[in-house]
Design a protein. Structure first.
Length: 445
């Protein structure tokens, strides 16, 4: 049964406002609903349409863009959570749309199953994560949305559409990365496989070596990524490959020291100093680049792919054609070196194979992701704008959930299937019930 209230309530936000994880986006919805079934969602959507209110389903607010903002009806995810079906025969799991990725991963592991690939954290909801194209790094395996085999969507007229390659295939194709523009997703089915072990090798390398060996490192590893610390020569690389085991997880103390103390606690302190005294940033970056040492461990996939991120930041991430990545990174480095910018957060570099989703950032092309971050509360616009100019120059596509300045006119040029998506949006939501200012900017009116 749905709970409808006159004001949004969320831990960490004030009584009448909704705020995202980074705290850079807030909204004041007129009404909130916490549906627990598809029928509840249908009723809430129909009522809002009747009352002339726009509708927005939100996840856990981990997007840095205003993708989840509404001044109308906010549909909250918490009660729309849980596992519907684990189908071993077909290798799929179906979950309610508001299920956190953490719950999905832990449930799968308890069943001896796993997703093939995932991003850096597992706090987001499944619907929020797929809707903006959340990805990890992979040579052969792609984003979370690319692992979806079916979904259920409540559209603007209150219809419930079952979507897969066989049912409503045109909607399925687009709604996997739907930006919340096509309707409210109520359930998602993922392809899963028997749980496997991954061996992670984390190793410091010089910037020049990573640049020179990048293609080889990507080709030789199932999941390769690296972090480059601006103002330094230092990179930390991470190579994850399937292994026969045995499992050799990080010890409790080792993982607490590296992941909590160094990566979160010490890094948090360094960021605070850097924010107060920008001139200290290059020195702190050199220390940070040296603080992490080489380590190897073997564990179930979600414990290798994801880690806690407690230091709050803002981020912009661009998807570039694979062949442009190293040149773009070189230009980014030159930009930082010739400017007065002081960048205390590493640049993250990941890859994805081409996929077939119209608005996926990896749609139709092998991709490298370059992500820039700044500690929350530090001026970031000059850095992000300058970095964005480089990304645009190389045909980049911005992550839908991370900061960027693009609009529909410019995005149409980098997404060959852009109008396929907007035509579907016009058909499913002619009155723009699901619109908000962000969607009007990136998709048009
Ligand atoms: C610390 C941190 C780490 C991150 N790591 C990664 C990473 O490794 N890789 C990566 O690609 N991204 C990453 N992100 C970005 C994040 O994964 C995306 O922004 C994601 O969309 C957030 O999911 P959410 O559940 O918080 O959704 P929200 O941010 O709350 O919503 C995102 C979008 O989904 C829509 N939506 C939510 N639920 C529904 C629904 N039921 N039906 C229809 N639309 C819906 C919303 O309307 C909105 O448009 C990270 C973000 C943070 C803060």
């Amino acid at each position: 049964m749905s709970q409808v209230r006159g004001a949004a309530r969320r831990p960490g936000t004030t009584r009448n406002t909704w705020a995202n994880w980074a705290g850079n986006v807030t909204s004041r919805p007129l009404r909130t609903a916490s549906p627990s079934t598809t029928a509840d969602v249908v009723a809430a959507v129909r009522q809002a349409a009747e009352d002339g209110l726009p509708v927005k389903a939100v996840g856990t607010g981990h997007s840095f863009t205003a993708a989840a903002v509404t001044d109308g009806l906010l549909i909250r995810p918490e009660r729309l959570a849980g596992v519907h079906q684990v189908d071993r025969g077909n290798g799929t799991v179906t979950v309610a749309a508001g299920t956190p990725l953490k719950q999905l991963n832990q449930t799968l592991s308890a069943h001896g199953l796993s997703l093939a690939n995932m991003g850096d954290i597992m706090e987001q909801t499944v619907s929020g994560a797929i809707s903006t194209g959340t990805h990890g790094t992979g040579r052969d395996s792609a984003s979370l949305a690319a692992q979806v085999t079916a979904l259920e969507l409540v559209t603007a007229d209150g219809s419930v559409l079952h979507c897969s390659e066989k049912e409503n295939p045109d909607v399925f194709a687009a709604a996997r990365v739907g930006l919340g523009a096509l309707g409210v997703i109520t359930a998602v089915t993922f392809a899963v496989e028997p749980e496997f072990l991954l061996t992670a090798r984390e190793e410091p390398m010089s910037f020049d070596r990573v640049k020179a060996e990048f293609d080889q490192l990507v080709a030789e590893n199932e999941h390769f990524e690296f972090f480059w610390f601006p103002h330094t020569e230092s990179c930390v690389t991470k190579r994850n490959n399937r292994s026969q085991g045995p499992a050799a997880p990080l010890g409790r103390i080792g993982s607490w020291f590296e992941d909590e103390l160094v990566s979160n606690g010490v890094f948090q302190a360094a960021c605070s100093v850097g924010r107060a005294v920008p001139a200290a940033v290059p020195g702190l970056a050199r220390l940070a680049g040296r603080a992490l040492s080489a380590r190897t461990y073997t564990d179930v996939p979600y414990k290798v792919f994801t880690s806690p991120r407690r230091v709050r930041f803002v981020e912009m991430e661009y998807a570039l054609p694979r062949e442009a990545a190293i040149e773009a990174l070189r230009e980014l480095r030159a930009l930082i070196e010739r400017s007065r910018l002081r960048v205390g957060f590493p640049v993250e570099v990941r890859t994805a194979p081409a996929d077939d989703i119209p608005l996926s950032t990896a749609s139709g092309r092998d991709t490298v992701y370059l992500a820039v971050h700044m500690y929350r509360g530090t001026p970031y616009r000059a850095y992000f704008s300058a970095a964005e100019r480089i990304m645009i120059e190389h045909g980049g596509r911005p992550h839908w959930g991370k900061l960027h300045s693009r609009d529909a006119a410019s995005l149409e040029g980098v997404y060959p299937r852009f109008t396929e998506f907007t035509a579907l949006r016009a058909r499913l939501d002619p009155e723009r019930l699901f619109a908000n200012p962000y969607l009007r900017r990136v998709l048009g009116d």
